[in-house]
Design a protein around this ligand. Structure first.
Ligand SMILES: CC(C)(COP(=O)(O)OP(=O)(O)OC[C@H]1O[C@@H](n2cnc3c(N)ncnc32)[C@H](O)[C@@H]1OP(=O)(O)O)[C@@H](O)C(=O)NCCC(=O)NCCS
Length: 240
């Protein structure tokens, strides 16, 4: 993957990804755009913070929270998603991700909006993402959604992503996942059913809205290490 800077016809500068029609981001100055392009390249080369996971068929992925510099991964993965998968995820046809949508999906606070991405380490490509966005009116609830690119579906990847997303959600005080999906989406219903009992809260033509109470998860290793670093868990250790 290669990123480059180009003046935008409407002013400012775009960062573009070779082979993709839509720009990744827009910046007021050329320097800012060059800095963003360099950050995208560095982000693509980084593997240090990802968790290595082997799926049921033996294929390998790396899982980690989504970062702002992941825009090239999102742009490339989008072009590998079928129209049907896009429809199932967004409940309407969509033709690409705008600069604003790429920013929305990648520039997240990891508390009210969290996303766990999966990367194919062999190709360096994004292959799936699970995300929650907290509901402002019901702060203990968050809307969850998962998408896995078509070539990678049916290998258990969504289950792995959703499990890690659930752990992050419970750490952040989310107790209920809601989802808006096609009533015929058996794969997603099966995934949500593994978390807890599904309650249908609304039916609208072919779509349903559901709530799932999240299981109480053990803290993740990352959370425990953070707490240990801050001294929070020191008193739990036995005396020497
Ligand atoms: C839904 C989706 C995320 C599942 O991803 P995946 O990686 O293929 O899922 P997994 O391999 O972890 O399988 C999850 C479960 O769905 C089942 N499943 C997978 N594909 C299925 C299909 N086409 N029909 C029925 N069940 C299916 C699996 O057997 C598994 O069931 P289990 O829990 O009983 O073992 C993926 O199909 C996708 O991206 N679809 C398009 C977007 C979408 O629908 N998102 C959900 C709405 S937010």
């Amino acid at each position: 993957m290669r990123c480059y800077v180009e003046p935008s016809p409407a002013g400012g500068y775009f960062v573009r990804l070779r082979g993709e029609a839509a720009p990744l981001s827009r910046h007021d100055t050329e320097d800012e755009a060059e800095a963003a392009a360099a950050a995208y390249e560095r982000g693509l080369a980084r593997t240090d913070t990802a968790e290595h996971v082997v799926l049921a068929d033996g294929s390998e992925v790396r899982l980690r929270p989504v970062r702002a510099e992941d825009k090239p991964l999102f742009a490339r993965a989008w072009s590998r998603l079928s129209g049907e998968s896009v429809y199932r995820r967004f409940l309407q046809p969509r033709h690409g991700l705008s600069v604003g949508e790429l920013a929305f999906f990648t520039e997240i606070d990891h508390v009210d909006h969290e996303a766990i991405g999966a990367i194919d380490p062999a190709a360096g490509e994004g292959v799936g993402v699970a995300r929650y966005i907290r509901d402002r009116e019901r702060p203990h609830a968050a809307e969850a959604a998962v998408v896995v690119i078509d070539d990678w579906q049916g290998r258990g990847l969504a289950g792995k992503l959703l499990r890690r997303l659930t752990a992050r959600a419970t750490e952040n005080g989310v107790r209920v996942f809601s989802a808006h999906l096609l009533a015929s989406n058996d794969a997603m219903l099966s995934l949500l059913g593994r978390l807890g009992e599904i309650t249908v809260t609304r039916r609208n033509g072919p779509t349903i809205e559901v709530d799932v109470d999240l299981p109480v998860e053990l803290p993740t290793l990352e959370h425990t290490l953070r707490a240990a670093a801050s001294g929070e868990v020191r008193h739990r250790l036995p005396p020497p």
